[in-house]
Write a protein that binds this ligand. Structure first.
Ligand code: ADP
Ligand code: MG
Length: 413
């Protein structure tokens, strides 16, 4: 018994020894991970200034105006907002200003109730609130602001995920009328440029007191961003300039998305480690390309509004389960479906997930959006098929899309 325990222990030591001695190109891998918030954010100074200018009134005990931030994925909205919030907290603490901030990603907190609960838990971490009504949580949040005379700044990232956003915004706006002291303001963030047009009138006017657009980065900007992060993330002299240039060019070409650029270098570095290389060249970036593209696509699918996810899910299910359209010639086209048939499938699936069913007009709009994201391809049926309707085909692997969406949609229930 004693002997076997010792053998086990020796083996354990060997495993860790091996890990420690393994060569790596990274100095601090964390710095090149997408979730990392760098202290410097080149090319976002104007946005940082604009946001901090607005929220700074909270330091003087005044409610700051709401802000709506939008722009494509990877344009630095999350990282910039988190940076401003952390600076605000730091300054408030040093100067004893009564300011409290909370960053909430609505992908994980997708209803009025969940958002209020998350905010309250942030401000009263020791409290037990699960199971209480939304009205109770709301009152507790008011009590926190009132009793501490605190200005709350609530950043709601991926705000388009909140199912009952009108109710949430109404509650958050109303709370300022009810408070004698203290206040609450919202920074809403969305990756969807179309989202603003879908807001109800009252929600729009309250959320969009200020609007800030984040534009995609160009190749030169991405190169500079990458060079800064590489400096701290990798050992000196390991990453070729050609690797940085290629990653920047690829990301700029795709979408101007800094997340793609950062991920390309992360995966290139990991590939170098796996192969025992002491250098990261453009060849490693090239190798990382298809994997990163896939990771970015699946991340993007997770950020889609729920109804668009349901439409995409319907197409993925049909691709797996059903035969495609048949031309008059008898030729079957697998994976290609009539837009009308997809709409029928979507209606069934939306009901199955207990979601409301949108009208055909909205459905067509979602199809257009899914196409602009490159997730589907549509064509006109042309001759040889009944009438002249739109045909839809999935742009990526149906099984993987289906699995990703199942996780997302079940989380949302
Ligand atoms: P968004 O929220 O707009 O989708 P993120 O804020 O998540 O974008 O940024 C995507 C990635 O790019 C993150 O890893 C982030 O750290 C990085 N990034 C974005 N903008 C900059 C910048 N100006 N400087 C350094 N890194 C940046
Ligand atoms: Mg983001």
């Amino acid at each position: 018994m004693v002997i076997s325990f010792r053998v086990f222990f020796l083996e354990l030591q060997n495993i860790f020894q091996g890990e420690l001695e393994r060569q790596t190109v990274f100095l601090d891998r964390n710095i090149i991970m997408p979730h990392y918030t760098p202290r410097e954010l080149p090319f976002r100074e104007p946005q940082i200034k604009e946001i901090s200018g607005i929220v700074s009134s909270s330091l003087n005990g005044k409610r700051s105006d709401n802000i709506f931030i939008y722009g494509k994925i990877g344009t630095g909205k999350t990282v910039t907002t988190r940076y401003v919030l952390s600076q605000l907290e730091e300054f408030a603490q040093k100067n004893s200003s009564r300011v409290a901030t909370a960053y909430i990603n609505c992908r994980n907190h997708n209803s009025k109730y969940k958002v209020l609960l998350k905010a309250l838990k942030r401000f009263s971490p020791e409290g037990q609130f699960i199971g209480f009504s939304a009205a109770f949580i709301y009152e507790k949040l008011l009590e926190f602001a009132e009793q501490n005379a605190v200005q709350i700044v609530l950043a709601l990232d991926e705000i388009d995920k909140v199912k009952d956003l009108d109710e949430l915004m109404y509650a958050l706006t109303r709370c300022n009328d009810e408070l004698e002291s203290g206040g609450l303001s919202v920074i809403g963030i969305s990756n969807h440029v179309f989202f603003k047009d879908r807001l109800g009138g009252r929600t729009k006017s309250s959320l969009c007191e200020n609007e800030i657009v984040f534009k995609p980065y160009n190749a030169a900007e991405l190169r500079a961003i990458l060079a800064k992060r590489v400096e701290k993330a990798f050992k000196p002299g390991i990453v070729d300039e050609a690797a940085i240039n290629l990653a920047a060019a690829m990301a700029a070409h795709e979408s101007g998305d800094a997340r793609t650029a950062v991920m390309l270098l992360l995966r290139a570095g990991e590939a170098a480690d796996r192969e025992g290389l002491q250098r990261v060249s453009d060849a490693e970036v090239q190798k990382a390309k298809s994997r990163v593209e896939e990771e970015i696509i699946f991340n993007m699918i997770s950020t889609l509004p729920e109804q668009e996810q349901l439409v995409l899910y319907s197409i993925a299910c049909m691709t797996i389960e059903k035969k495609g359209v048949r031309r008059i010639t008898g030729q079957q086209e697998s994976g290609v479906f009539f837009s009308g048939d997809v709409f029928e499938q979507y209606r069934e699936i939306a009901k199955r997930f207990k979601e409301s069913v949108v009208s055909a007009r909205w459905y067509r709009e979602y199809i257009n959006e899914l196409e602009t994201y490159g997730l589907i391809v549509t064509t006109s049926s042309g001759k040889g098929i009944r009438g002249n309707t739109r045909l839809i085909k999935l742009g990526f692997d149906a099984q993987k899309i289906k699995e990703t969406l199942e996780k997302e949609l079940l989380k949302a229930v």
